[in-house]
Structures are given as C-alpha cells and as structure tokens.
Design a binder for this molecule. Sequence first.
Ligand code: ZN
Length: 163
Amino acid sequence: MAEKNVIGENMVVSMAYKLSVDGKVLDEAGDKDAIDFLTGHRNIISGLEDQLSGMKKGESKSVVVEAKDGYGLVDESAIEEVSLDDFDKNVTPEVGMELQMKDNSGQEGFAKVISIADKSAKVDFNHPLAGKELHFEIKIVNLREATSEELSHGHVHSPGHHH
Ligand code: ZN
C-alpha cells in the first residue's frame, strides 16, 4: 500500500507554484489558486512530477527541470518553410509573431514567425519553452488519494467540474 500522506502515484496534489525561465517569472499560482493534478498520469511535465515524490502537505521546494525533461530540446526539423498562401487570410505575418497553426504533418501547435521572404515565411513550431531550463518554486497546498473515478478518467474531479 502506498503511503497516504506523501506524494506517490495516484494522488491528487494541489500545488502553488512560481515558474521562472531565464530569471523572469512566467507563471505563478498562489495557495488559493493552486493547480490540482493527478500523479502518475502525465498531468504535468514529468521532470517536475518526478521531483515531487515523497513530499508532504505544507512542504516547499525549489525544483530545476532541465529542458529535456521539460518542454524538450529545440528540434531543428520543427523549423519549416511555410508558403504565405497557407497563412490565414486575416493574418499578415510579421517577424516575431506568435500564432497557432498546423505544421506539414497536420499537427496543430504553437508557431513563431522567424523570417519572411517573398512567397514564404520561416516558422518555428517548437514549444516556446523548448530548450529552456525551468525553475519552479513549489508548495504542496493539499494532498489526498484519488478516487477510483478520477483514476479511470486520468484527471482530477473538483466540485463543479465533472466529465
Ligand atoms: Zn473526468
């Protein structure tokens, strides 16, 4: 039997956090708007979840997640030449513009325009945080065992959110 008062698999964790990249705070959630997630179901990046194992309610920790365990390394093949005809008619591509679009394999994702030529633009489909080391300050606000329904769905059910 897994211990009930430390983080292991199949637990629902409420976590306050602050995420910094390159010394800049990108995202944070305090005790009151802590995120809830189910462990062991890839609800959060593995490089962060792996380092939470064994923590108790009320504990805080600084966690550094290497790029390869976070949003991945920069993939040069994810930088593609896109015909200007393929952009949405309502969009005028500009260098540095961030948008959602489909890559050559039809997968939708983040995209950032790197350069623009006569008939095409170079577009980077890597996640904006690819290649970045992630610095988290985290605090375990609450901890409980997941219900069997949550386990079968693979995510947390909170009051007012059920599907
Ligand atoms: Zn559900």
